[in-house]
Each structure stands twice: as C-alpha cells, then as structure tokens.
Write a protein that binds this ligand. Structure first.
Ligand SMILES: [Zn+2]
Length: 322
C-alpha cells in the first residue's frame, strides 16, 4: 500500500492540476511542467479543459509552450482542441507532441466509443515522438519512454533532473491508497506489453512517480508501486477468470461483488463538483432511503462503470466477443 499525495506541487518544476473527471474531484489530473519553457502533460477531457485553462491562467502560465499526450484515450486528449482554441484567441499556438503510434488514433478518435458514448473531436497537427527522444524545456529534459500495455501508444516522460516520472495510465488507475485498479482497458490492452513495461520501469531509478489517476508518490513507496501494480493486475485478472469460468463476464453486479471480495478496494468519499450530478445522486438516494436501501456513493457508481468497461479489455485480449 502506497501513500498518494493529491495536491499541489510534485517538485519545484511540476504541478498537479485536477480536471474534475466526470465532475468528481481528485480522479483525473494533468501535470504542468516548467523550466525555461512550459509544458502540459495530457490535456484532460472535453469537460475538464476549462479547469485546466483556469488553473493555468491563475498561475499566469496560459498557454503553455507545449502539450505532450501520454496516450490517445479521450480523457487525456479531448481537452486539447479546447485548449488549442483558447490559445488561438490569444494569438498563440501550442506545439503538441505524442508517440508516433498515437497519431492515427488521435486522427480517428471514434475508437474511444468503446470507452465512452460521446462525440469525439479528431486531433491532427501532432509532432511525433519515439523512444529515447527528449523534450527540451530549457533547464529540464523530459525523456520519452515507450510504456505500452494499457494502450499501444502509451509513453512515459522521465525528468532526469528531479527524477520524477510521469506514467499516465500505464501502471494502473490508483485514486487512493486502497483504491487501485489495473491498467486493463479496451480496445488495445496487451498483457505481455504491460508486463514488459513494468520490468522496464523497474530499471529506472526514479524518486517520484506521477499518475494521471490520481496523484504522486515519493521515495521507496514510488518504487514499490510497480510491484503493487503487478499484484493488483493479477488479482483483477483472477476476478475476470473466475467470472469467465462461471459464464458471468456480462453480469456486472457479480463482477463488482467479486472485485470487492478479491481486491478489497476502499474507494474514497469522492466529492461531486457538478451541481447537476450532485442533485441527481441526492434524488436517487432519497428514493433509496424510502425503500430502506443503502445510499449509493459516487465511488460505487464509478467502480461499476469502470469494471463494465475494463472487462471488455479482458474479453478482447482473450478473443471473447464483447
Ligand atoms: Zn487511458
């Protein structure tokens, strides 16, 4: 179990910004990195871009010189068109980088429909990156490391000066000390790539690790999270295997029950920032109160939603129709 920090500056060069994933605080983040040049690592989702722009404007740092996308999933890329347009209004342009493998996926963002049923905006004009490249922020270099598994285009960025590594979603989704899920995700999940990624990251002597979902970890605990990631992957894989054997891969309530039993997650009390969503949940819970049912939390809803999505990643990788 690793203690995760969820606020403020990772170090003198890097700041965590909350983009309020699905309207909830401390679930999805991007990192702002500054030296002589400034850079944003990931761009959040469409609804989240306004929070990123607002935070950067408050810091007097909008627009950044660069944006680097760790991978092309919607909640890392769909904020980009909005951030770009806000920069254009100020007659500024931002250079955007991503893995060269991300370019076709960014140009055709509909592949994200398996993850979320919304309209996606395609993204072009990306400078391609490959393993070993460096992004020079004038006084700080971000080294590009391929870390596939979660998605085929995933990169990590290693800052050799502060020895902090930005890993996006490559090692999993950890939103609290006891709320950790594996990086299994459709449609491009690749188990052996993921295991190689963990081995590769173990060779790097980083001092802190910065996750997209959500926060950063220091010291020995930062190294330990790679081991923890592998453990949680094995447990989650076991959940799907049991469900598959029982012929219940499509039974979401059974999957949640199994995940709670095998993985024992403790989901933090997630605060909804969005008034509309907060109202819906409160109406739902007052109805449940009348019929004497336990209130649903934001964490319950998110766990159910994410498992419903993640199981498709497992199915695709096993050649099972989803
Ligand atoms: Zn992702």
């Amino acid at each position: 179990m690793t203690a995760i920090r969820k606020e403020g500056k990772v170090n003198e060069n890097a700041t965590l910004i909350d983009f309020k994933y699905e309207g909830a605080a401390a679930v999805g983040g991007v990192y702002f990195v500054e030296a002589g040049k400034t850079c944003l690592i990931d761009s959040g989702c469409k609804d989240g871009a306004k929070y990123i722009i607002k935070s950067l404007k408050t810091m007097n740092k909008f627009p950044p010189d660069y944006v680097i996308l760790t991978h092309s999933h919607w909640d890392h890329s769909q904020g980009l068109p909005i951030i770009r347009r806000a920069a254009e209004k100020l007659q500024k342009s931002i250079e955007v980088f991503a893995s060269k493998k991300a370019i076709p996926l960014l140009e055709s963002q509909t592949y994200n429909e398996i993850l979320k049923k919304i309209k996606f905006e395609n993204i072009t004009d990306i400078s391609p990156l490959k393993e070993g490249d460096s992004i020079d922020l004038e006084g700080l270099n971000l080294k590009v490391i391929d870390v596939p598994g979660h998605n085929l285009d995933h990169i990590a960025l290693y800052d050799e000066k502060t020895r902090n590594i930005f890993v996006g979603d490559s090692i999993g989704i950890k939103i609290d000390d006891r709320a950790f899920l594996s990086p299994i995700m459709p449609p491009n999940w690749n188990e052996s790539d993921y295991l190689n990624t963990i081995d590769k990251l173990k060779q790097i002597k980083f001092e802190s690790i910065s996750l997209a979902h959500y926060g950063y970890i220091f010291g020995e605990e930062a190294q330990n999270i790679l081991h923890e990631s592998q453990q949680i992957f094995e447990l989650e894989n076991k959940v799907y295997k049991i469900a598959e054997k029982e012929g219940k891969l499509d039974d979401i309530n059974y999957l949640v029950e199994l995940a709670v039993r095998e993985m024992n997650p403790i989901i933090p009390d997630l605060k909804l920032e969005n008034f509309f969503m907060r109202s819906i949940l409160s109406v739902m819970n007052s109805i449940r109160g009348i019929v004497r049912k336990k209130p649903i939390t934001v964490g319950d809803i998110m766990l159910k939603q994410i498992l419903e999505t993640k199981v498709k990643g497992y199915k695709i990788s096993k050649g099972i129709r989803w």
